[in-house]
Design a binder for this molecule. Sequence first.
Ligand code: PAF
Length: 290
Amino acid sequence: VPAATQRLAVLRTVPDIRAAVAAPRAAGGRIGFVPTMGGLHAGHASLMCRARAECDFVVVSIFVNPAQFGPREDYTKYPRDLDADSALCKRECADVVFAPEVEAIYPPGDKTRVEVAGLTDGMCGAFRPGHFRGVTTVCARLFNIVLPDAAYFGEKDYQQLKVVERMVADLQMPLAIIPCPTVRDDDGLALSSRNAYLSPSDRQAALTLWRALQTAQAAVTRGARDAAAILKVVHGTFTAEPAARLQYAELRNPETLQSVERIDGPTLLALAAFVGEVRLIDNLVLQPDA
Ligand code: PAF
């Protein structure tokens, strides 16, 4: 099969994507939207699959958003392979790929940013100043361009999911945010575009995140309820694997993201860790009744 037929048409401009979505919307179709930064993997495929099952027309955006990267982060080396990404979109039966240039999303002279307070404090927000402002700004712009009925987000980026949900509720944007479960490799490693940076030995070390989450759940299952004691178990797991450096481990209410001192219901355990230069995140909602 010629390579060209394995890829979806990639639209680059705002008028083009608006025109592509206009017809299915006018026909009463439900528009599903999967915003991504490319580097697509089975986690993104699961979002597309869900969108395909629930919507009549599925748009995937591929846009490495400069506004959500810090000055010392991996914006320039973030994986970019539009051919492979659009082939994956085609396999997952998306209808169209929107891959705008930076100027299409941030026209010269633009001044508007969107920021959610409170929920962006702590966790990744504490270590990536401005990151969530970049995420909410680009999501608001993309939602406004595509005008979807539903947008699909992975639970791996749990804080991002809650921040975007809050923005949509506060700004009364007329779309549903659909959370989708984290997809893991067989050994438990959460799929992430950044896994592509890991050497085989770093990939082994990266399993420490999943091991720490499971060890914490095991402690809770045995009856641990004190947050400090559970976090000690997490820190201990990282001490045993020096190639993985824990940046934070936090226990939070999974809905409000308020810090938790004692576990008395499902509780989010969120982690970030460096393996070499690669920053990875993962989380698990700990279940006291498991
Ligand atoms: O999760 C991501 O890939 C990005 O943060 C998103 C939601 C596409 C915004 O750039």
